[in-house]
Design a binder for this molecule. Structure first.
Ligand code: DAK
Length: 257
């Protein structure tokens, strides 16, 4: 499968999807987004892939939606492009997605990063929601996911000023998982992907689904959902194998079912 704006590589147990529009700091145009959704859905169905790494390059993860593409659009055109539907499909990917972020992650780039499940950043990462400087507001979760991740105070500051924060500040406010020197951020993300790929695929998917449930339910509903999923896993071969392997003091061999 070849893409105009993405590079896709498969390694043992995981895949790396890299944005490839370096001349515009990986600005996300409709084609890139279409390709991204297509690639992620394809990898979600691929049994050889158990975890996905999403990355850009050292200078930019993604500097936002392509401003030139939407500058002259009318509200009706924006509605008809139905970009939200595409962004929503990323949220439905079942396998874990690790964002490996260096340089700019702005606007839609930051929103895409927040849609991922784990974020490894380089020390040079600059993260923000600068839409206010363009006369608009974030359009793909920047007022919602950011607020849930960093709290009202920080989200207000970032969205109302458009100011970027550095990797350390993003780490302190819980927006990302880890900061490493720029030469290691991608390898760190790959190592993590490999580690997750070594777990039971069925348990990993259900764990991701259960954690995400916490964002759209009450604690009561969430605990119920978790309990049912916990019971459900006792119908998997992986649960039998995992517990048997523990008792027999050997490494489990996951079947993914
Ligand atoms: N769009 C288009 N081109 C961009 C771009 C962007 N977001 N960001 C950078 N570029 C282009 C620049 O125009 C320039 O191209 P040329 O002029 O050379 O042709 C090239 O990338 C290099 O950029 P600079 O020359 O500006 O590089 P600097 O290092 O000087 O500055 C910068 C880097 C990141 C500070 C600056 O490029 C910048 O401020 N970029 C814009 C950042 C921004 O405002 N991002 C938010 C965009 S709005 C939606 C979903 C999502 C969204 C909307 C709707 N739906 C579901 C409906 C999201 C909206 C946004 O993200």
């Amino acid at each position: 499968m070849s893409y105009a704006h993405l590079l896709l590589t498969k390694e043992s147990g995981y895949a790396v999807v890299q944005f490839n529009r370096p001349e515009v700091l990986n600005a996300i145009n409709i084609q890139l987004m279409t390709e991204l959704v297509d690639a992620l859905e394809m990898l979600d169905k691929d049994d050889e892939v158990r975890c996905i790494v999403l990355t850009g390059n050292e200078k930019a993860f993604a500097a936002g939606a392509d401003i030139k593409e939407m500058a002259d659009a009318s509200a009706m055109e924006m509605l008809q492009r139905d970009q939200f539907a595409r962004w929503d499909r990323i949220r439905k990917i079942k396998k874990p997605i690790i964002a490996a972020v260096s340089g700019f992650a702005l606007g839609g780039g930051c929103e895409l990063m927040m849609t991922c499940d784990i974020v490894i950043a380089s020390e040079s990462a600059k993260i923000g929601q600068p839409e206010i400087n363009l006369g608009v507001i974030p359009g793909a979760g920047g007022t919602q996911r950011l607020t849930r991740a960093v709290g009202k105070a920080k989200a207000m500051e970032m969205v109302l000023t458009g100011r970027m924060i550095g990797a350390q500040e993003a780490l302190q406010c819980g927006l990302i998982n880890k900061v490493v020197p720029v030469e290691y951020y991608l390898q760190e993300a790959k190592d993590l992907a490999k580690e997750i790929a070594g777990k039971s695929p069925v348990a990993v998917k259900i764990a991701k689904e259960s954690i995400l449930k916490a964002f759209d339910t009450t604690i009561e509903g969430g605990l119920e959902f978790e309990r049912k999923n916990f019971y459900l896993l006792f119908s998997s071969e992986d649960q039998k194998e995992g517990m048997k392997a523990f008792v027999e003091k050997r490494k489990a061999e996951w079947k993914g079912r």
